[in-house]
Each structure stands twice: as structure tokens, then as C-alpha cells.
Design a protein around this ligand. Sequence first.
Ligand code: SAH
Ligand code: DHB
Ligand code: MG
Length: 227
Amino acid sequence: MVKEFILSEHAILQQQIESAIIRQFAPEDEGLRAALSAAKEAGLPEIQISPIQGKFLQLLATMCNAHKILEIGALAGYSGIWLARALPADGHLISLEVSPEHAAVVRNSFARAGVGDRAEVRVGKALEVLPQLQSEAPFDLVFIDADKSPYPQYLDWALRLTRPGSIIVADNCIRGGRAFQPTEDEGTAGVAEYNRRVTSDPRLVSLALAMDDDYTDGFAISVVKYE
Ligand code: SAH
Ligand code: DHB
Ligand code: MG
């Protein structure tokens, strides 16, 4: 089958390009690698963002001169380490995590990666913790990556807790294309509604980008407009 042959050649080329980009632009250091092995040892699911996504978050944080970052969904701290490293010495990352077991792994990984001074994990259901963050707002960047069905509510909170010029990023907004089709799955429905809201809200400029390790999922990125 000529077509399959061409597709697989293309897939190989794509992988080679991705590896080269990671090697040159987004290499993992000891702290990031340790966070991944600690996650594995603790039996956590391997659903972290990719190195390219991590470096992309750093790029966005730098673009908006982020001093305060909010993450919803910490897992083992991998994305949090990428984010915290984009902060200046007096910057602060608050990462929300519902599981105390995950949070314990995160705290170790933050310390080991040298960001324990500026990165903090708060344990609780995000929808219960978010209302307590108003006094610490505005955040310059919000990264949403927890359970998927409340994504629209997380967006409401992100809008309350940001300022014009802030960036709001959500992971898993493509889901192999299922986020753009009718769906029975609650999580996918949450993400689909998130996409509709960020593309129709006049306060935001938004784009979804396929950028995970096989380009079937990725971020929806939004900027809060100035006017
Ligand atoms: N951002 C991480 C991956 C997060 S995985 C990374 O890329 O490294 C999703 C995480 O969200 C899990 O650890 C899960 O326990 C947490 N989570 C799920 N529901 C949540 C909720 N309601 N509030 C806070 N955290 C939640
Ligand atoms: C899942 C969650 C994620 O945040 C992700 O990036 C990949 C998978 C999941 O719940 O299956
Ligand atoms: Mg995710």
C-alpha cells in the first residue's frame, strides 16, 4: 500500500524532527528527569505534558513577564517545574492538586529541581480552592490540566483571576479530534465546551495547537485582550 508506506515514512521523519527539536530547544535536566522517575515509582499515570509543551509554557510565561502563575492539576510536578523555571527569583507558582499522594511527590520534585522556593502545591478540589485565590490575583498565566468536565468552570475562574495581557492555557483540548465532534464522554464534552467558549468570548484571542508527543492532542492558548 503506497499510501501507508508514505504515511509511515512521514511519521518517522516527524519523530526525528521532534527528537532534534527536543535535544536542541527543550532538553530535560536532572530535575525534570527525577520528577518523571518519581512519578513512575509512585505509580502515577504517565500523562505529563511533553518537553516541547513544557518549553512552550516557559516561552509563554516569559512573553507575559509572568511573576505569578497558577496551575490547576499538578500530578507529579513535571509541568510545574517547567513553569516555575520561567519565573524570576521573586516569582510564585501555585499548583492545585486534589490528591495528597500526588502532592507529596510534587513537593519532593519541586525541591529536587531547585524551585521549592518559588513553587507551592495546594491540596484540594480545584473548584473549592479557586475562590480562595482572589486575594493573590491577578495571575499572569493560568495553566489548566486537571479533570476535564469542569474545564468551562476553570475558564470562568481563570478569567476572574487574570488581567489584560494574561495568558490562559489548557491541555488536552484536541483529544484526537474528538473535542470538535458531538460526544457522549463527559470529559471530552467539557473540553469541547471550553473550546467553544474561548473562541466566542470577546475578551480572548485563542488558538488550539496540536503539540503533544504524537500531535493528536495539545493546548488551547488564549490571551486576555487589553480593550
Ligand atoms: N500538569 C501535569 C499533569 C496533570 S494530570 C503535568 O503535565 O505534569 C491531572 C492532575 O489533576 C492529576 O494529578 C489529578 O489528581 C488532578 N486533579 C483531578 N481532578 C482534580 C480537581 N478537581 N482538582 C484538583 N486537581 C485535580
Ligand atoms: C489524561 C489527562 C491528561 O491531563 C492528559 O494530558 C492525558 C490524559 C487522562 O485523564 O486520561
Ligand atoms: Mg493533560
